[in-house]
Design a binder for this molecule. Structure first.
Ligand SMILES: Cc1cc2nc3c(=O)[nH]c(=O)nc-3n(C[C@H](O)[C@H](O)[C@H](O)COP(=O)(O)OP(=O)(O)OC[C@H]3O[C@@H](n4cnc5c(N)ncnc54)[C@H](O)[C@@H]3O)c2cc1C
Length: 401
């Protein structure tokens, strides 16, 4: 296949314009093209009156010799290349006489995908998740939002699906991905019921309710492949002998022997971080960002970014990204902007205030919200101890009467 990048067409172009753009670019006839698939679709809205869609397209020609000829002919054109192989390559396969099963701690995005991949390789993982399964967890979380009853083990941060289950479900990042691991994630999500468009739109998102059923389907696949998921069960101890993991002890008192543990506990398992630090595991403080959420009308953002094209189905609800570099060397920036969403209480400890943003797939709530954060780092802001950043978080989150 041939990949064409940077194919630009006006926002309201006709579907057949894509074929014309391809044949014109490659100087071929429509008959020489067997098919094409959209790998990516983004937009350039810098000029509100002339918004452009920008495509990356993978083209299959009727004659494979012609494919090779064109790749040679366009060798010096960076926007005409062979389509890379983005399929996921499993790194191993479980032995037929599997005697020891890996333990995955945490069933958020990281644990879920690790467990699914291990299960697909035949390793029959045991997953331990402190929170509840996703339907019960949804009830627990709404109990907190509506009746102010916090379940410290099952909430916005903890439970099946992890911290992002009640979220905007934004599925893009600025991390470079030369091995196409993100494609594996997206492909699994589509298999589990996510809209196909997440495979090609430049800023894919899923929204809260779709995530709930997807997580259930992925859990079902893990179980069908021989995996096991234990909810409302916490790992409270890690056994280490000669610098090697030998097992985990659960809050039920049971010990599971294993030499392979995936620690996928996310960013809010403060007690677990303390536990592994106490066990002598090397823990390093990382820089992170802190701030607050702002809210404003989505229509204001749509108008500012898209002008008369506000409300266009392809463009959807507009987002934004702002940054300010301060004289003191710090940067303040908007983060995790949720178009057409809601600000939610996201605490997992009693007496603390934490906020985040979520939205549905439709992103059609009245307001947009965004975090405004500043980067902080261990050297300047929380020195001397690897867990000092957590003390700072607790201090800032504590409700003062
Ligand atoms: C409201 C909200 C909105 C967000 N929106 C987005 C978004 O749109 N896009 C995006 O990319 N990111 C978003 N995020 C961030 C994203 O959710 C996290 O980056 C992501 O969930 C991290 O995945 P993880 O698997 O590493 O950890 P987590 O999702 O935190 O999962 C860790 C899991 O481990 C479990 N656990 C912890 N300790 C133990 C233990 N000792 N034993 C057993 N289980 C344990 C927890 O219960 C939890 O379920 C959002 C987060 C929130 C809270």
């Amino acid at each position: 296949m041939i990949r064409l990048t940077e194919i630009k067409l006006p926002l309201n172009h006709a579907p057949e314009d894509l074929t014309t753009a391809i044949t014109t670019k490659l100087k071929i006839s429509a008959e020489q093209m067997a098919s094409f698939v959209m790998f990516k679709r983004g937009y350039d809205a810098r000029n509100k009156r002339n918004i452009q869609l920008i495509y990356t397209l993978d083209i299959t020609l009727t004659d494979s010799n012609l494919t090779n000829d064109l790749l040679v002919q366009f060798e010096s054109d960076n926007h005409v290349k062979a389509t890379p192989d983005t399929s996921y390559k499993y790194v191993g396969e479980a032995p037929k006489d599997l005697t020891e099963r890996p333990v995955v701690i945490g069933f958020g995005p990281c644990g879920l995908l690790a467990a699914l991949t291990l299960a697909q390789m035949g390793f029959k993982p045991i997953i331990i998740e402190r929170g509840n399964e996703v339907r019960q967890r949804t009830k627990d979380t709404f109990g907190f939002w509506r009746q102010r009853k916090l379940n410290t083990e099952s909430n916005v941060q903890f439970g099946e699906g992890g911290a992002g289950t009640f979220s905007d479900g934004k599925l893009y990042s600025q991390v470079k991905d030369p091995n196409h691991y993100g494609r594996k994630v997206m492909t699994e999500f589509v298999k589990a019921g996510a809209p196909d468009e997440i495979l090609f739109v430049s800023k894919p998102h899923i929204g809260t309710y779709k995530l709930v059923t997807m997580v259930e389907k992925m859990r079902a696949e893990i179980i069908a492949l021989g995996g096991e998921v234990r909810f409302a069960t916490r790992v409270d101890d890690l056994h280490i002998t000669d610098s090697k993991v030998t097992g985990v002890t659960l809050n039920t008192g049971e010990t599971l022997k294993t030499n392979h543990v995936v620690l996928a506990v996310g960013h809010s398992a403060r007690d677990t971080f303390q536990m592994i630090h106490d066990k002598g595991v090397y823990v390093e403080a990382k820089p992170f960002s802190i701030g607050f959420r702002i809210e404003h009308k989505q229509s204001t953002i749509d108008q500012a970014r898209f002008g008369d094209n506000a409300g266009n189905e392809i463009l959807g609800a507009a987002d934004y990204k702002l940054v300010h570099h301060c004289k003191n060397g710090r940067s303040v920036y908007s983060f995790c902007m949720c178009p057409g969403g809601t600000v939610v209480a996201a605490a997992s400890e009693e007496g603390r205030v934490v906020t985040n943003g979520m939205s549905q797939y439709s992103r059609n709530e009245r307001n947009a919200n965004s975090a405004i954060v500043v980067g902080i780092d261990p050297e300047r802001d929380y020195p001397n101890h690897p867990l000092a950043g957590i003390d700072l978080q607790r201090q800032l989150e504590t409700v003062v009467a």
